[in-house]
Design a protein around this ligand. Sequence first.
Ligand code: NCD
Length: 353
Amino acid sequence: MAQVLKGIDWETFQQLRGSEKKEYFTRDEGIFHIIMSQQFDRKLLDEICELTTKIRGISKGNKGVAFLQSLLQGKRAMLYFVQPSTRTFLSFMAACQVLGMQCSEVRDTTTSSEMKGESQEDTVRTFSSYVDLIVMRHPQAGFAERIAFLLNQTRRPVPVINAGSGKDQHPSQALLDIYTLHRSFENYGGIDGKRIAFVGDLKRGRTVRSLAYLLRNYADVKIYFVAPKELQMGEDLKEYLQEQSVEFEERGNLKEVIPKVDAVYMTRIQDEYDEAGESKRIDYSAYYFKKEYLKILPPNAIIMHPLPRRAELPPEIDQDKRAIYWRQVRNGMWVRVSLIAQIFRKDKDIKDY
Ligand code: NCD
């Protein structure tokens, strides 16, 4: 499928809708690049969840660990992370290791030839020559997409995983969030029909955007966007949800929403994207999950956070059984194992194990 790209230029490609770009991120009917949430459908999401659970089971025994490590032995990954990262970086590295891959990393462009004036595109093209997979985090929205587009036109396209693209998207985080929701509601009818509140800096939080895109794949989901006016969800995403008939409501008051939901997804203020210190003028404390809210949160509801957290999520609530953000962290590694295994078409071997 990827060769279809030869017939399209970058400008035309950019005009396409996310769902139309999907085929360019696909090869031989399977997933190849992971760039944006719009490329995932329900079937693929269910497959990812199932494969992840299977991998977790296999990894419990020594034989299983050795089997997983044999799957991608001899393959190499490049982790190109030019924005700060703890969890995403380490979990991708661990995921590669689970599958027996070797990793190299670029985290600081001042040590690469970009300092000598080499373009970012040439830099990535260079290291694509040494590896079989590129995982990248970049401050520029659309950069991972551009690299996937460029590599598709080369003789040796290498899969690209977007591990965070500016304020825009973070699809692997959204997939681990889906897996966490799926596991949490397994005995309560699944994700279908659930009410989910996204809280905080929704304008600049890429994890919320990517997860909201994915939720269109589930029936009768209702979303509450709870944020100060200045940080409410972008129009583009709201239009998308409208088109997809996903019900959502914008709210300003967190306390009022908590009793109504099955999941609360907290986020920190993304002040690294401030242009002129505007975050300081916002009273973000109204969007903190206060300990007293535990009393009004429904008994089967869950509290999520992509982390890192600040004061919006006090450590005193970590002990509550509904607080599952540390489980999200752990799930993140297994979902990433599953994604890499799918990209390299090892899902069948895993299912047959
Ligand atoms: C998030 C990110 O980088 O977007 N972190 C993560 O990957 N878990 C959230 C954040 O930085 O606030």
